[in-house]
Every structure is written in structure tokens, then in C-alpha cells.
Write a protein that binds this ligand. Structure first.
Ligand SMILES: [Zn+2]
Length: 265
């Protein structure tokens, strides 16, 4: 049995399904679930996106896919499926992991991080600050952690009370004169920088209590979105979708007080 997280599935041939999944021991893989579209019984309907499952795999001779012979559900994370913003966020994290992690390269840290992320996402109100800090952690696990302390251009700390510019090509918050990008550049104000530095030190309930002003949320979102698009080198579909459903600022999930009553320190 291979412990796996499912990302997506497509119709494949007459009756089969092609499943994209991250396995804990073998990294990203693609498998064919035979007759999955014809018979719901065989896979019990649990080959769904964001499910944690154990899979029985068998190599296929003709291509680089594997056969999925059997599956056993471990956890379905059904609680997040009814919330479009949470589904959008889960899709986004998985797309980052899929695009920035080479296929068939196992990473147990990445796998365990994504399982914990889904557990938190399912059970907690959607606090955008907390999940942007998790996004920074995810990028760090993948080897692309952006820096928010020292300017990556000159190595000197951003002075207290000073705005920084987020430079995707340097990979972090930089002095305005160090960032090579021209045109509109994401600005990070001192309160946003301080919150990120402090927030990266805390987890769990303490992270859930972190708050930024609406402006701060928008600054950090703009910086991370620019960075992920730069790393990908093209549009990131799930990010565009997340922006479309306004996953970060919808009042339904976050409550007005998150933005209006809590100001930057
Ligand atoms: Zn600098």
C-alpha cells in the first residue's frame, strides 16, 4: 500500500480514469484506475481530489503510468468541499507543489505538510494571514522560500519603519533601489513585514490569531502571487481561480473584524 494524496482525475479511454497523485514514498505520479468510470464499487468513490488514500500500484509496461489496482480511503477531508474558497486554496497549494517539485522525487516533509495543511483548512475558519504564512513555508519546503529579513540584493536588513519592494527575481523583500524589476512592483509596508517575520515563528492557534489590515493582506497577496507566477514562468490556473472567487477577502469566511478592527502593530 502506497500512502498518497490525490490531486485530480481525468477520463481515460472508454472506462478508465487517469489519476494524478502525490505518494509519500515515490513523489508525484500518474496512475490509471481501470473501469473506475464504469464501476463505482471497485474504488468506492474515494478517488476524489484532496483525499488521503492507500493505493495498490503496479507498473505498466507501455508508458510511464502505473496501474492503480486497489485503494483504501484514509481521510476524505469532506468538510472543505462545501466551501469554494477552501477548495480554491487547496487546489492552489497542490498546484504549487506539483509544478515546483519534479515528478517521482519523494519528499516526506512535503507530503506531511500537505496533509497537515488539509487538516487545518478543513477544521479552521479561513484566516488569510495564516494561510499566506503556510504558503511561504510550502515554498521553503520546495526550495524557493522568499526572504523577509535581509534584502536579497545587498544582504543588508530592511530598516525598521521602511517600505520594502518584493522582488520576484531576487526572491524576497528588497530595498527599492536593489530590486531590478521595472514597472509596478509589490510594496510591503513595515507593518506587513513585521507580521510576516513574527508569524513565521508561530504555529497552530497562535497562527490562527494573527491579523493584518486589509491593505496588509493585499500587499502580501500581491507579493506572493507575483513570486509564484515568476517561478512558474506563466499563468498559474488555480491562482487565477482563487483571485476570481476572491478567496482571500470574502467576508463570509473571514469576518469583517479581521480587516476592519485589527490594525497593523
Ligand atoms: Zn538591498
Amino acid at each position: 500500500m502506497i500512502r498518497s494524496l490525490l490531486l485530480k482525475k481525468y477520463p481515460f479511454g472508454e472506462a478508465d480514469e487517469l489519476v494524478v497523485f502525490l505518494s509519500r514514498d515515490m513523489g508525484w505520479m500518474r496512475g490509471v484506475a481501470k473501469n473506475a468510470r464504469k464501476s463505482r464499487i471497485r474504488f468506492g468513490g474515494h478517488l476524489e481530489p484532496f483525499s488521503l488514500v492507500d493505493l495498490v500500484l503496479r507498473p505498466r509496461k507501455k508508458d510511464d503510468l502505473v496501474w492503480i489496482d486497489d485503494s483504501q480511503a484514509i481521510k476524505g477531508f469532506l468538510g472543505l468541499r462545501s466551501d469554494l474558497a477552501k477548495v480554491a486554496l487547496a487546489s492552489y497549494f497542490f498546484e504549487i507543489a506539483l509544478r515546483l517539485q519534479p515528478a517521482e522525487q519523494p519528499d516526506e516533509t512535503l507530503f506531511d505538510f500537505l496533509v497537515a495543511f488539509l487538516e487545518t483548512l478543513e477544521t479552521s475558519p479561513l484566516n488569510p494571514v495564516r494561510f499566506m504564512l503556510d504558503e511561504i513555508r510550502l515554498l521553503a519546503i520546495l526550495g524557493y522560500g522568499p526572504s523577509f529579513d535581509l534584502c536579497p540584493g545587498c544582504g543588508i536588513a530592511i530598516a525598521k519603519g521602511e517600505n520594502a519592494v518584493f522582488s520576484p527575481s531576487l526572491g524576497g523583500a528588497a530595498h527599492a533601489w536593489c530590486a531590478p524589476e521595472s514597472g509596478p512592483r509589490p510594496v510591503l509596508s513595515p507593518g506587513t513585514l513585521a507580521l510576516v517575520r513574527r508569524g513565521l515563528q508561530v504555529r497552530g492557534d497562535a497562527a490562527q490569531r494573527l491579523r493584518l489590515s486589509r491593505k496588509g493582506v493585499e500587499e502580501l497577496r500581491a507579493a506572493l502571487s507575483a513570486f509564484v507566477r515568476y517561478l512558474r514562468g506563466r499563468e498559474v490556473n488555480s491562482l487565477a481561480f482563487m483571485e476570481k472567487v476572491d478567496a482571500w477577502t470574502r467576508k463570509k469566511n473571514t469576518g469583517r473584524r479581521d480587516y476592519d478592527a485589527c490594525r497593523d502593530p
